[in-house]
Design a protein around this ligand. Sequence first.
Ligand code: 0L1
Ligand code: MG
Length: 259
Amino acid sequence: MTNLTDLVDRLAAAESNRQPISPLTDYHPGLSVDEAYEVEDQLIERRISRGEKVVGAKVGLTSKAKQHRMGVDVPIFGWLTDAMQLSTEEPLQTDVLLHPRVEPEIAFVLSETLSGPEITAHDVLDATRWVCGGLEVIDSRYEDFRFRLPDVVADNTSAARFSLGNLRVPPDRLELDMLGVLLEHGSKIVASAAGAAVLGHPAAAAACLANHLGNRGRALEAGWVVLTGGLTDAVPLAAGSHVTATFAHLGTVAIHSCL
Ligand code: 0L1
Ligand code: MG
């Protein structure tokens, strides 16, 4: 039986000391995905005890490209707190992060609580107040973003920061699977994609999240943000970078990192 508190300590220290660690599974090869979700929950409990508030949840490993790279065919799920949210125009401080990367995502804000485990994409759309564009900053607490599935789950799916666009649109005005995004780093276009890149439809990704939480006795709460998964690969975000995601019908979201 693995000592989960020790794993929580290691991940928390990696983040606070900005010192990446080797994957937990290197020395705990038996760590299960269920245990990893326990570690993730304990990390969030520590954040809550420091005064942070859970404001939403996220889906990760949603694109075939990322899943293929990790040799898995399942998405993963993490927590978002208020301390992770960047306000519009707030510069990103990279000196408190390890090796941040950024990826464009479609975000939902819920008007109703969604309790799995039998939630469908239609249920998600019915329970959504609005949709907006977003950027997620991921920052693995592992050296070189090298990990196995239980490691990345335990690390709250590499969640670090996120920013939401100001343009908020009710979901019935959008075809979310067809909705395009262009990702620019400086003045260079680095990637493009459409909403279908995340499990066929962003609402399907959010439904998977609601069902995952339902199976663990939790729910997606009314008012929460749901980040539905990276539409493109994540791009490294060095100090002094300017990254912009331009979404069809949802405007632009940008992150500037401090020098
Ligand atoms: O949000 C994500 O898809 C991140 C999942 C973890 C994989 C990674 O850190 O690249
Ligand atoms: Mg993501």
